[in-house]
Design a protein around this ligand. Structure first.
Ligand SMILES: [Zn+2]
Length: 431
């Protein structure tokens, strides 16, 4: 029998982009079809599951092939103990990770999870001791060494009640180096019954040592019907009104990301943000004449109005959780509320000028940059994007603008002067 370390090596050496040919050590690890199996071709993996009854993990939409492969690998006892889910942001990778806990432990629908039994219900509600979900935290948005230590300690005695103990590390590319080192050993020498799921939308930023110890599972975008269903559910959950035109725009721009679709569909500022994206893309095409046209220029008037109309982060549900924004909690949270009070006093005396607090500027910048990036990605796919926004003249300019907006989002995380960062970004994009 192959020693465990050799087996891990064989499974870990997955060539990126060729995963369909190396699923779970079955298709490519064997010289030919296994006796008794119906097919080992990529398309044939689904043929091995019960196609009469469409099955899915509880609470998961889309990713039918991924779910089928996971279920099949588990039922055959071939599920690798460390999975790395990679793909676009917001498509439901962590959701599949959490649902996998049901699939591995449900006695009613083994391999899938029924979603209804007591075990499934506890996993779905996040109340089962055999599910650990770790996310980045703190000002630096990192998975800290302390969080990793906690995982390692809990895994020493896991599973507690169920057959499998599932650890989901969300945004695993944000593992602090010390945290990654602590986890490496746990992943390298796993305890029986412990299942790691590392989730990332940035595979390039993952430590190669973690990639090589995992089986990489690629996720694609969700289709329109799934996006519409998820958006409708999210709007219903928050009792938000449904604007059919805004929902349609959100689904069209989201590029398969449910997270992006829900944010655009539920943002009451979406219309204003679209106008701002149109002004920004026009300025990026026109160059310095529009960028430095003074505060009365349409671009900066729109910018000021949008910032003034932006809710103070944390003031409304989900308001602080902007993409690309530093989420401040704990000690820093107290600092923030102190700053808020000060800003409130200023507002009373100075009126509208104080409406532009740095936090509101960053929140507006995070929202508009996400929409701008969605617009540019749509242009890349040959579609129109945000109504009224300019389409960069050439593919090179398009790529340059995408890089520019991504860099702007990175600058935002470093808490700069937002207006200056925006000017710099536009200048760098200029023809
Ligand atoms: Zn169940």
């Amino acid at each position: 029998m192959t020693p465990p370390s050799r087996r891990r090596e064989a499974r870990g050496g997955v060539a990126l982009g060729r995963l369909r040919r190396d699923p779970w050590g079955t298709a490519t690890a064997l010289p030919g079809p296994r006796r008794g199996s119906r097919s080992v071709e990529p398309g044939g993996l689904l043929a091995c599951v019960d196609v009469e009854r469409p099955q899915r993990f509880p609470g998961v939409r889309g990713h039918v092939a991924v779910q089928a492969r996971l279920a099949r690998a588990h039922l055959r006892g071939r599920l690798h103990h460390a999975l790395m889910f990679t793909g676009p942001e917001g498509v439901g990778k962590a959701t599949v990770g959490r649902a996998l806990a049901c699939a591995l432990n449900c006695a009613v629908e083994p391999g899938w999870g029924c979603g209804k039994c007591a075990t499934c219900q506890r996993f779905l509600a996040g109340r089962h001791p055999d599910l650990q979900v770790v996310e980045p935290s703190g000002k630096g948005r990192l998975i800290t060494a302390a969080a990793a230590e906690d995982v390692v300690l809990r895994c020493l005695h896991a599973p507690y009640e169920a057959a499998a103990h599932v650890v989901v590390l969300d945004d695993a590319h944000r593992l602090h180096e010390a945290a990654a080192n602590k986890l490496l050993k746990a992943i390298e020498e796993p305890r029986a019954g412990v299942q790691f799921v590392l989730v990332t939308d940035n595979l390039e930023a993952m430590l190669p040592t973690l990639i090589s110890r995992s089986t990489v599972v690629e996720f694609g975008g969700l289709d329109e019907a799934d996006l519409v269903a998820i958006v409708d559910q999210a709007l219903a959950d928050t009792n938000a009104p449904v604007d059919p035109a805004q929902r349609q725009l959100a689904v069209q721009l989201a590029g398969g990301s449910a997270g992006a679709a829900v944010r655009v569909a539920s943002d009451r500022q979406t219309e204003a943000l679209c106008r701002l994206v149109a002004a920004l893309s026009a300025a990026a095409e026109a160059g310095p004449s529009q960028i430095f046209a003074g505060m009365a220029a349409p671009l900066w008037k729109l910018w000021s109005e949008t910032v003034a109309d932006t809710p103070e982060p944390g003031a409304e549900p989900g308001g602080a959780e902007e993409p690309g924004l530093v989420v401040i909690r704990g000690k820093a949270g107290r600092k923030k509320s102190a700053r808020k009070k000060k800003a409130g006093k200023k507002k009373a005396t100075k009126g509208k000028a104080a409406a532009e607090t740095p936090a509101k500027q960053r929140a507006a910048a995070a929202r508009v940059s996400e929409l701008w990036l969605l617009h540019l990605r749509e242009c890349l796919r040959g579609r129109a994007g945000v109504p009224g926004a300019a389409v960069p003249g050439t593919r090179d300019r398009l790529i340059r603008q995408i890089r520019g907006v991504s860099e702007f989002q990175s600058r935002l995380r470093r808490n700069p002067n937002v207006r200056l960062a925006l000017e710099q970004t536009l200048l760098e994009m200029s023809p």
